[in-house]
Design a protein around this ligand. Sequence first.
Ligand code: FES
Length: 351
Amino acid sequence: MSDTDNAIAGETGSSTQVVKPPFVANPDLPPHGARRTDVDPKAAKRAEHQVATCFGLSALATVAFCICYVQIPIDAYLPIPFFGAWSASNLALGLTFGLAAFFIGVGAIQWAKKLMFGGEVTQMRHPLASPPEAREEALEQFWAGADESGFAQRKIVRRSLLMAMSLFPIPLIVILRDLGPLPSDSLYTTLWRPGMRVVLDPTEAPVRPSDIPVGGIVSGMPSVLPAVQEEQGTLNARAKDVVILVRLAPEDIKSQQGGTSSQPWDYQGIMCFSKICTHVGCPIALYEQRTHHLLCPCHQSTFDLADSANVVFGPAARRLPQLPITVDAEGFIVAQTAFDQPVGPSFWERA
Ligand code: FES
């Protein structure tokens, strides 16, 4: 038996038991061989030049990046076949910066593979925990450092430091302002006003009750919406002011969100509801005529239009707001009043 075998074998009673060695066995990797650059000085010199060339190209690309940044106008575009017009500045900056990083990477890899020390080394591990004496010493040093800094004794320094550190994160909150203007009352209001016509979305045609048969549903919007959109240059109003008009047989209507017998919120069975889901704001128009249910395609919230648009299924927390309607002197459907509550997803007004 060899010395190694002796080291890993032990006696247990009368039988010999093999004890597993406390190291990882050699996985039969081939023995390490010398690289060409280790034995041929000319090859080493060539590799050195390759590495230097890569680093040199990276430096050139960096200089080109700076020149492009200063020289190329931000509004210059290049026609690229099949891709259309690309910003010349973005293209040049991306290419030059990418090349600078690429050549640094290639140079470093070549350097490591061909020129750095290529032998194999074995790193002996020792227990990771520090010995008790070292830990005690570290603690002593910590408290000595705290004493020497005067953190405990110099109250004014300590307090001013704490004040500075507690204020330091505030800029991170302040820059949230860049996310856009505060919503002010726009979360609570819509464009709907008393007497405003409902027009079809997107044809903008005003609607007469006879345009909607029993069981029918149409998408509408306030008549002023197209002009407001053009003036504001945004689709914000469209995102919340759109409505649906649905016509039920009057005897099928179980309840509405308001109105009296002399002034109901519907007009001859035609009811108007916000089209924006009260869950997270998807536009809804999947209507099942037989059950009078309106289904949101996003997370399947279901609203019973015959019963005040109450939620009968899904994650929405409140019903769809109803807009009271009537007809004007010319017989077109108009709003009786504005919405009496915010439309769209629930927020703190419901907390
Ligand atoms: S947005 Fe309608 S259910 Fe989620």
